[in-house]
Design a protein. Structure first.
Length: 114
């Protein structure tokens, strides 16, 4: 467990706020590990190891909010001072697609009033 914490302690953390009319979904496997950097360079082998450069970890909390941990040496999310970052329809769709792909058997969707 200590090795896992050591591996992610250099990741930045932000709260994503949904500004679209669709909600974040979650699943029976709610924590999403993704590495866009290694996907783009066609890295062979496991891409989501906690020590790999470019790691992104997503945890949808509700239809409105999602926690993101990310490698700030690779990605820019909002400004340095922002802890809450507004995201739009395209971002929500991409996060929901990753959540769907990492699910095991069950997807949870909570409808919200607009």
């Amino acid at each position: 467990m200590k090795e896992c914490l050591d591996g992610i302690q250099d990741l930045e953390i932000k709260l994503l706020k949904n500004n679209s009319d669709i909600g974040f979904i979650t699943s029976d496997n709610p924590i999403v590990f993704y590495n866009q950097l290694l996907e783009e360079i066609k890295f062979e082998g496991a891409k989501t190891g906690i020590i790999h450069r470019g790691l992104i970890i997503l945890l949808p909390l509700s239809p409105l909010y999602c926690i993101i941990l990310y490698d700030s040496k690779v990605y820019k999310i909002g400004s340095k001072k922002q802890t809450i970052v507004n995201v739009d329809y395209s971002d929500i769709n991409n996060i929901n697609a990753l959540t769907f792909l990492s699910s095991d058997k069950i997807i949870y969707l909570i409808l919200r009033n607009m």
